[in-house]
Design a protein around this ligand. Sequence first.
Ligand code: PLP
Length: 351
Amino acid sequence: MTIPLRKNIVEMAGYVPGFQPEDADQWIKLNTNENPYPPSPKVLEAIQKELGGDGASLRQYPDAASRAARQAAADLYGFDVDWLIMANGSDELLNNLIRAFADEGDEVAFVQPSYSYYGTLIDIQGATIRTFSLTDQFKLADFPERYQGKLFFLTSPNAPLGVSFSLAEIEDIAQRCDGMLVVDEAYADFASETALPLVKKYKNVIVTRTFSKSYALAGMRLGLAVAHPQVVAALDKIRDHYHLDRLALVAAEAALKDQGYLQQRLEQICTTRQWFSQQLRELGFSVPPSQTNFVFACPADGDGQRVFELLKQHKILVRHFSDPLLKHGLRISIGTREEMEAILNVLGAEC
Ligand SMILES: *Cc1c(COP(=O)(O)O)cnc(C)c1O
């Protein structure tokens, strides 16, 4: 018999995550925008406290409503708690937003290039993909006066280019959307602006965040969204009821409450980013101004693959995309100063 899968599942390609080598400690790993520093020590303390001596707390289900973590996020961002939902990685939110707003055949849009996982999720739902492109100045190139799709995912700062849309640009886009505008702020902690004020002003604006990059908690799988309470209530119905485990919940709360630690690490990473971008430019690379914890570096000969292979020979892993819009460059995560010096040494000597 043929297995009766849905047609769009058979036809879709599936998402390919960044390479996670088995011998990760043999590599300088700068290909998935992880944080080079550990999470706040308060996170470790909270996890150890939750486990206790014998891990007995794990016998019991976690708080299905994520109350303590949600409250910590609500306090931090200045929203009432019913404007907030926690998630098992912000990927869970992107998925549930599509399930909440897009029927089969409905249109959902995102920017090309940006996070290609939106396309995978749209395919799973059987909705229709529309993409908008960027100008050379990184502005939306072909966005209509009124956009009627159900959802538009705007990654700001953009990944993998690193550049931000201004708050004024995002507000203009929000006003032109008949459907929902999801501002994916995975990297906003590294940026100078956030679209959070627009959530209060426009019912159709949703902001998503992740703990994977700025909070150094990619391994815990944590994200959150700030949105109108009606949107939060809908996302709350859709999710798995125990989507966050006990350790993730206490980690999120502790991380959110230790803003001093976060700010110190952000400052380190942004300082390294500014210095590294400048060094790359002096080696002849073009580097758009990054507001994230990575840079998109383009060698003068436009051959990103060549530089990718060169770095790989030196056990340095960065990200190269075969997409025609991106293959001229490389996305390099910002690691420690020493890791970035190792890259510059290779590029300076052999590139
Ligand atoms: C990393 C990333 C995510 C996913 O974050 P998780 O919380 O790890 O699921 C979402 N959007 C963008 C643009 C990202 O770079």
